[in-house]
Design a protein around this ligand. Sequence first.
Ligand code: NAD
Length: 272
Amino acid sequence: MIGLDNKRIIVTGGAPGIGLGIVTAIIEAGGHVAILDLLPEPHPDCQALITESGKCHYFKKCWEKTNTNLIASGDITKPESLNPAFAKCVNALGGTLDGIVTNAGIGTDKPFLDHSLNDFQRVLTVNQNGTFFPAQLAVRQFMTQPIDPITRSRGSIVMISSQAASNKCPGHFLTAYGGTKGFVKSFCMQLSHELATVGIRSNTISPGYIETDLNLELAKIRPDVNYYFQEAPPMKRLGSPKDIAGGAVYLLSDAATYVTGIDLRIDGGMSA
Ligand code: NAD
């Protein structure tokens, strides 16, 4: 029942980590993906997927010349850069869109008092603008497509928030980051109210500690965090991108056409 046969989905920040786990699962479930990311080259596993599946397109940061400016396409924080890149994604997917996963995000793991204006603005911009504007473009595209007369659904938005939006996170300093992920949760909930009547569903996933390059690198320079990665979750392990991907596939699929406005916590019991 949970499949994505021929569904067309955009994933932001899908080249490594959790995003790549989601991209892989969408393709395994029968869907097609366009990835928007800033990395000049995708992660080797992502490159292999693009080459082997034939169902995955990658739109990296590239500089495009306009009359007066050079514009970076694929940067989700700036509408002037995002809009043409988003149009390329929809075009590569055959001109229709069934879902979007706003996954790209950045962290800042340091004490509140150590944050400069730049630190704070950077995390705000990527995590808030980078969720708001891709979702807005997806809704514009969904509204051009027909609503299913039986399910009254026509598009699914999945936003990646974080356990840091609601839980304490032992071993980390996630005050600023958690605030931005709280925005993602509230924004998504309000959006679900506004759009349910037109058949657009929006839900968040709040991951716990997940085994990604980011966390593995952090553990190299701050070995103390390994203790929290293993011991803080009641299930006594780090989550994997696959754990998150299963939730994303469900929320994008026709098995979830009556599900909107929820926060799916995938965190090994951290929020229990
Ligand atoms: P990651 O750093 O491995 O991947 C994030 C991707 O987003 C990168 O490829 C990066 O290039 C891309 N990106 C960043 N800014 C961008 C921009 N302006 N435009 C386009 N792409 C941009 O991160 P991850 O650990 O896989 O996390 C993915 C999401 O999950 C993030 O939103 C993160 O906050 C959230 N999350 C992660 C964890 C965790 O433990 N790793 C836990 C909870 C939530």
